[in-house]
Design a protein around this ligand. Sequence first.
Ligand code: SAM
Length: 289
Amino acid sequence: MYNLTDVGTIKEILTRHGFHFSKALGQNFIINPSVCPRMAEESGIDENCGVIEIGAGIGVLTAELAKRAKKVVCVELDTKLLPILDETLADFDNIEIINQDVLKTDLAALIKEKFDGMPVYVCANLPYYITSPVIMALLESRLPIEAVTVMVQKEAAQRLCAKVGSRLSGAVTVAVDYYAKAQKLFDVSAGSFMPAPKVDSCVIRMDIRKEPEIEVSDETLFFKMVHAAFGQRRKTAANSISAGSGIPKDVVIKAIEECGFHPAVRAEGLTMQELALLSEKIGDLLKIR
Ligand code: SAM
């Protein structure tokens, strides 16, 4: 079995296979030996679970997941990594690598086909360039998954785990909180990767809610309003919602007034319940226009 966090070993394998890191594919592999065991340990998986990993690299996290779960299916886009993974993960019989772009993968079909009713978790050191689309796709598609544990850039982690209604919150915070309960697990320094990225990272875990955090009668309107509200953070909620969503300004102003909010309130000053109330009011006012 290879020591996949040993720099000498990694260099030997990569050189032998003629592999070169791709910046475009967000290839920063973990070399800090404590990170992957801790990530796997704190992701909630056990020997009865299935795990989806996104981006195997040379398999350092994949191996830790496979030691703890029943089955690991990893979606890896870079074909050049396949012969390497064949070698580094040869000792495991519970890992399947799928050579695909995760953003083009039908994950609902994959779960049905590969995991046969097992509780399914997602655990990944995400390529940074697709952090938001991957997380949103995992949450919005309402996949039958228990939790998503991912390594993301520190700044992204702060937004994803912020409290809705606080200065750090944004549209993505609201979306995450709607579908999941997010928490920060631990920080990971830039020096824990090869090659080292410019910024530090953080591992976060999102436990999927069985029911959304709040009740809204029109989800499309709610998210349209939320995206517009946080789209221009310096503006008042009334201005940014009307400018970014196409909802008439007088409707937004009246809705804010009927909710009892200050006319100059900003999106980041509204809680989840308040945002839900505002979208309900806007929906009611639009119906009677
Ligand atoms: N899990 C490894 C680790 O922790 O060392 C590698 C993580 S590295 C940050 C991201 C991995 O995702 C790379 O192996 C990269 O090739 C892969 N990747 C990049 N874009 C992808 C995509 N669209 N779909 C699937 N995998 C992708």
